[in-house]
Design a binder for this molecule. Sequence first.
Ligand code: HEM
Length: 400
Amino acid sequence: MTCPADEPIPLPRERDHPLEPVRETSRLLREEPVRKVRFPNGIDAWLISGYEHFRAVMGDPQQFSSRKDETEPQMRAVSRPPVDNPAAFNRADGEQHQYYRRKLTSQFMVKRITALRPRIQQIVDEHLDAVAARPAPVDLVSAFTLPVPSLVIAEMLGVPYEHRQAFQDAATTMLGLNPTADEVQQSFARLAAVLAHVFHARLGDPRDDLISRLLHEQPDLSRADLTSLCVGLLIAGHETTANFSAMAILTLLQHPDQLATFTAHPERAGQAVEELMRRLTGNSSGGGLIRRAVHDVEIGGRLIRAGDWVAPNLAAANLDPAWCPRAERLDLDRGPVQHVAFGYGPHACLGQNLARAELEIMLVSLFSRFPHLRTTVPMEDLPFRDDMLVYGVRSLPVAW
Ligand code: HEM
């Protein structure tokens, strides 16, 4: 590579195989852990590779802000305007971030998620029943991995059964592949209308759900903020889990030895999900997380100027051999790993306990119900997508 590190190269995205890391990931790790890249929307950022550098950036909100504006690097060719919403706390710093995050923290603790597991299991089983009742091939993305996470969130929020379909429809449009700004606006309005019904019902008749608890325990939250927080959770928890579960299914199908380990040891499914998280986030293209330097700061011997955008590369962190030997291998027998698939620092994924429970239940149930599951199209014909935090596949036709 002759191009100096501060002269931008296009954000590397080529890979030799859809289930392998971006080709440049290991070279960047070895040779250029801090290097300027140009995002698809024409904005430059420092791509940060390596486990320790990742934690240094993500763990230091004084030096690296989460605020975004219209100049932020984006994975789409034409920038989408920034969200102007104080309750979008993933894009906020300090007190503003803490204020909203604290309102939700207790809702995602292990105890609450454990209590939700039987309902997650039911939702998963209903969807697998529906798959089994249809003639093969069935697209597992639209029949299973996409609807399950949004219904789980609806359940958690307390959206009653009669509003589920409207909630689901609006979520599907909003989180669709390429919704226009108008479609997003209209879906948001439909979701807000469903939520307004739920708020009204739960004020007089509280239940054991997130909306009832927030309404009654956090009276200072405005309705607008509550609506935004609920829609925000739907968005944050939907695409990530949907993409990740589809890629986990596909990866296990491509690695029969690892699938055999997975199905032989359901008691170790939790640990297996951690290794899948580590290895599969290693395939993403590294542009999903963005920060901005607040002051001049040195990382890996390179000066990053105040105001520069920084992209801590999740893939390179989780594939760093300095921290994880033979990191490119998926090895479900690996002991516990401290991966950073859920981020690191004050913005680390709020929904990680929920995501873990969903993934474990989805994968264990799917493979025990369909032990002879197979894909019906060759890998090269599957439509992959890497414009999201989690690399994914748009459809996954299977037979059993
Ligand atoms: C496989 C599934 C998931 C993955 C890989 C994932 C990954 C991440 C990552 C890497 C971040 C950090 C973003 C940053 O620092 O800028 C994050 C933040 C977040 N995630 Fe997740 N996530 C998943 C599922 C979920 C679920 C199910 C929910 C909730 C329903 C959720 C809610 C959130 C929220 C609210 C934040 C923002 C936290 C903050 O800024 O304080 N996520 N997630």
